[in-house]
Every structure is written in C-alpha cells, then in structure tokens.
Ligand binder design. Structure first.
Ligand SMILES: [Zn+2]
Length: 193
C-alpha cells in the first residue's frame, strides 16, 4: 500500500470515528427520563417531520445501528426509522397487531443501553400499520429480524427498554456491568437498535 493510500485510509477512519462520536452525542442513554415516557401521536406531516426522519436515519447509520426511535434523540413523537437491508424506512404512528404465536429469543443490543446485549423473547412476525414521513399509509407483515427491530423500536415509543423485556437475572447483571464499567461502556455493541 502506498503512503497516499495509507493516508487516505486513515483519513476515512478518522471521519468515521468523528461521525460515530457525533451520533453518539445525539443519542440519549438509560437514566435519561425521556426514554421512559410515552411518545405522542404525530399529527402534522410537514418538512420539519421529514427533516427529523432524515436526521435520525443519518444518526442511526453513523452510530452504527439498524433502528432508532424519536425518543432516543429526545423527541417524544411516534416516529421510528430502521434499516435492515440497506434500505432505510420511516414509520410514523405505527400500530402493531396480529402477533405470531411463535416466539424466538435472541440477543438484542440498544443504542440507549450501551455496552450490553440481553436475551429478549419476541413474536417472530407481526402486522404493521401506520404511515411514512409523507403521511402515506403503510401496511405490511414484518417477519424475522425486521419484525424484531420494529418491535424493539415500537417499545421505545412506549417508554419500554430491553431491560424490561429480559429475565430478572439478565437485567441485574446488565445493570451491574453498566455501573462497574461506567463511562467505559460508551463503546457500542454492533448493530444497536
Ligand atoms: Zn433501543
């Protein structure tokens, strides 16, 4: 590798680190009361809403994460973004129904609960209704990882965190780890939500 290529790569890495740090500053973490409130219905679909959605998609990518709900950036509105297949989507006023009887337990991370992953059991599929950032209706059945991500982000709109969805012992261990490691846990797990 030439010196120039080496320098360019380092510059790219520095830029990524900078964007990552900026994104992390935007994201509220556990202990912030805003994460425990119920978000309000969106009633106005204006440029401001679309700007918020765009900003959240950027923050989600930079964090990096695969989902982000408005309360995580301090906005108590029922809006979430997710990006499972490099195809970012916006969901406004989502409603979940027809949860599958079949459930699955998997490790989940959360951008607002940095440094830990916790086993969370969820239905493997769910029906999603709501609208996009323009107010156009959205209506589909989500399956697998997409269903998990949407349910996780929906929980944020209700003030619910993965700490509430796991076993008592896993929760206690996570809280202990967060207390002991303190600021060191600002290092994110991959694929946070
Ligand atoms: Zn989360």
């Amino acid at each position: 590798m030439s010196d120039t290529a080496q320098r360019e790569r380092t510059a790219d890495e520095q830029e990524l680190t900078r964007r990552h740090r900026e994104a992390r500053k935007e994201i509220r973490v556990v202990g912030d009361p805003v994460l425990r409130e119920r978000a309000r219905e969106v009633t106005v679909f204006d440029r401001g809403l679309r700007k918020l959605a765009k900003r959240m998609i950027r923050t989600m990518k930079d964090a990096p994460g695969v989902g982000l709900a408005a309360p995580q950036v301090g906005v108590l509105q029922r809006l979430l973004v997710y990006d499972v297949d490099d195809d970012p989507r916006v969901l406004v006023n989502p409603e979940l129904s027809e949860f599958s009887d079949e459930t699955e337990e998997a490790e989940e991370g959360c951008l607002s609960v940095p440094g830990v992953t916790l086993p969370v059991e969820r239905p493997v599929s769910v029906h999603v209704r709501g609208s996009d950032e323009y107010g156009d209706p959205v209506d589909f059945r989500a399956e697998g990882f997409t269903a998990r991500v949407i349910q996780h982000e929906y929980d944020h709109l209700e003030g619910v965190l993965i700490l509430d969805r796991t076993s008592r012992s896993a929760r206690a261990a996570a809280l202990r780890a967060m207390r002991e490691d303190g600021g060191a846990l600002a290092a994110p797990g991959a694929g946070g939500l």
